[in-house]
Design a protein around this ligand. Structure first.
Ligand code: PLP
Length: 438
C-alpha cells in the first residue's frame, strides 16, 4: 500500500467511525464495512478509495435518470442561484410548471397536486384527505406494505420490523396480499381465481365499519420485496373498494415515474385509474420531494389549515420537472420496458443456473430475486442474501435487498441504462452468486 492509498483508506474508516458516533444507529448502513460514497455520475458511483461501482439500486429507486445527470443538475444549480425558498405562501413559476406537468402525466382526472418532502408525508396527506373527502375513517392496506416512517404511515406499514415500539393501527386494517410465491391462502395462480382479492371485501365486512375512506396499496410492493400481483388483482380490488364507497390510493413512491415501463405510474400497468396517487423517491432524481395527486373534488375537500414549509420549493420543483422532461425526451418509459424485459430474461436464465434463486419477479426496471435455501421448502435465505450483497459490492455492483425475511434482492437501475449495462450487471451477479458459500 502506498502512503497515498493508506491515507485515503483511513479517510473511509474515519467517516464510518464518525457516522457511528454521531448518527443514530437506526439510520443503518449496508455491508459489514459500510461503503463510503464519494461521487457519482450517471449509472456509476465511486467510493472514497476510488473504487467504481455500477449502481443497480439508485439510492433506493430514487436516482431515476442518472446520478448528477447534467440535464437535471444544471437546472437545479441555476434555480439555487435564482430563488431557493420562499414557501407556498408565495406561488412561483417552478411550482406551477411542475404541477401542470404532473396533471399532464397523471392518469384520469388527477389534476391537482399537494407537494411535500417525502413519501411518508405524501401518504399522510392522502389518508387525511381521503378521510375528509369521504367523511369516513377506516382505511384498508395490504400486508407486507411499507408506507413510511411517520406514526400514521408506520401504522399502515405491515412488515413487523418497521412497527416496533408501540405502533398501533387505529382505523387501519390489512388485507392479505397477492404474494403468489408464498400464497397466504396456499393456492396456486391461476387456479386460485385470485381468491386473495376477495379478502379485501371480507376484511371490509369484518374489520371495518363497513364504510371505508380509502384503500391504499403499492402497485408492486417495494420494501416488501418487489411482490408483484397477478394482472387481475387490482381490477377486482378496485371494484370492491368502489362498492364500499372508498377512494383508491396508489402508492407510487417506488413504482412512480416510469419505473415499471410503458406508463408513468405502476397502477396504469394494472389498468386501474386511482382516485389519488402518492409519489416521492424517483420523482426528482435525488432531490427530496413528495407529492399527492388527486382529482379536483378530492383536493378541494381538504379542510382546515395545513402547510408544508419546503413542499414544492422552487429547487425541488425544477428538479422534478427536469426529471420528467428527461424521461419524455429520451423516451425512457419505452426504454424501461424494453431494457427491463431484456433484464428479466437474463435474470430468468440466472435462476436456471443458481439454485439459491427461488423466484424472479417484477416489471420493467424493477426486478426482484427471492433467495431460498431450498426450492421445495422455500425456506428464506437471509444470510446468503447478505453475502450476495457483499460479493456484489466487492465485484463492483450495487444492489438492494428487502422482503419480510430480508431475502429478496432488489434490482432497480436508472431508467436510461442500456442493454450493455444489463449485460455487465448480469455478469457481476453471476460471478457473485458463484462466490456465495453459505
Ligand atoms: C412505497 C413507499 N411508500 C412510502 C415510502 C416512504 O417514503 P419516504 O422514505 O420518502 O418518507 C417509501 C419509502 O421507502 C416507500 O417505499
Amino acid at each position: 500500500m502506498t502512503p497515498e492509498t493508506k491515507t485515503v483508506a483511513t479517510r473511509s474508516e474515519e467517516i464510518v467511525a464518525k457516522y457511528k458516533k454521531y448518527v443514530w444507529p437506526a439510520a443503518s448502513n449496508y455491508y459489514k464495512q459500510p461503503l463510503v460514497a464519494d461521487r457519482a455520475s450517471m449509472q456509476y458511483v465511486w467510493d472514497v478509495e476510488g473504487k467504481k461501482y455500477l449502481d443497480f439500486f439508485g439510492g433506493i429507486l430514487t436516482v431515476s435518470v442518472g446520478h448528477t445527470n447534467p440535464k437535471v443538475t444544471g437546472k437545479i444549480k441555476a434555480q439555487v442561484e435564482r430563488l431557493q425558498h420562499l414557501s407556498t405562501l408565495y406561488p412561483n413559476e417552478a411550482i406551477v410548471n411542475l404541477a401542470e406537468k404532473m396533471a399532464q402525466i397523471a392518469p384520469g382526472r388527477l389534476e391537482k397536486t399537494f407537494f411535500t418532502n417525502s413519501g411518508s408525508e405524501a401518504n399522510e396527506v392522502a389518508i387525511l384527505t381521503a378521510r375528509m373527502a369521504t367523511g369516513r375513517y377506516d382505511v384498508v392496506g395490504l400486508r407486507h406494505a411499507y408506507s413510511g416512517g411517520s406514526t400514521l404511515t408506520k401504522s399502515m406499514t405491515a412488515v413487523a420490523p418497521y412497527r416496533r415500539a408501540g405502533i398501533i393501527s387505529v382505523g387501519v386494517s390489512h388485507a392479505i396480499n397477492p404474494y403468489c410465491y408464498r400464497c397466504p391462502l396456499g393456492k396456486t395462480y391461476p387456479d386460485c381465481g385470485v381468491a386473495c382479492a376477495n379478502d379485501v371485501e371480507s376484511l371490509i365486512q369484518t374489520s371495518t365499519s363497513g364504510q371505508i375512506a380509502a384503500f391504499i396499496a403499492e402497485p408492486i410492493q417495494g420494501v416488501g420485496g418487489f411482490i408483484t400481483p397477478p394482472p387481475e388483482y387490482f381490477k377486482i380490488v378496485f371494484q370492491i373498494v368502489k362498492k364500499y364507497g372508498g377512494l383508491f390510493i396508489s402508492d407510487e413512491v417506488q413504482t412512480g415515474f416510469g419505473r415499471t415501463g410503458k406508463t408513468w405510474f405502476g397502477i396504469e400497468r394494472w389498468e386501474v385509474t386511482p382516485d389519488m396517487i402518492t409519489c416521492a423517491k424517483g420523482m426528482a432524481n435525488g432531490t427530496p420531494v413528495g407529492a399527492t395527486v388527486a382529482t379536483p373534488e378530492i383536493a378541494d375537500a381538504f379542510q382546515g389549515l395545513t402547510i408544508s414549509t419546503f413542499g414544492g420549493n422552487p429547487v425541488t420543483s425544477v428538479a422534478a420537472r427536469a426529471t420528467i422532461e428527461v424521461i419524455e425526451e429520451e423516451n425512457l418509459l419505452e426504454n424501461a420496458d424494453v431494457v427491463g424485459s431484456y433484464f428479466r430474461a437474463k435474470l430468468d436464465d440466472l435462476k436456471q443456473k443458481h439454485r439459491l434463486i427461488g423466484d424472479v419477479r417484477g416489471m420493467g426496471l424493477m426486478q426482484g430475486l427471492e433467495l431460498v435455501k431450498d426450492r421445495q421448502t422455500k425456506e428464506p435465505a437471509p444470510e446468503a442474501t447478505n453475502e450476495l450483497l457483499e460479493r456484489a459490492r466487492e465485484n463492483g455492483l450495487l444492489i438492494g435487498k428487502g422482503g419480510l425475511f430480508g431475502n429478496v434482492i432488489r434490482l432497480a437501475p436508472m431508467l436510461n441504462i442500456a442493454k450493455a449495462d444489463v449485460d455487465e450487471a448480469i455478469r457481476l451477479l453471476d460471478k457473485s452468486f458463484a462466490e456465495v458459500r453459505i
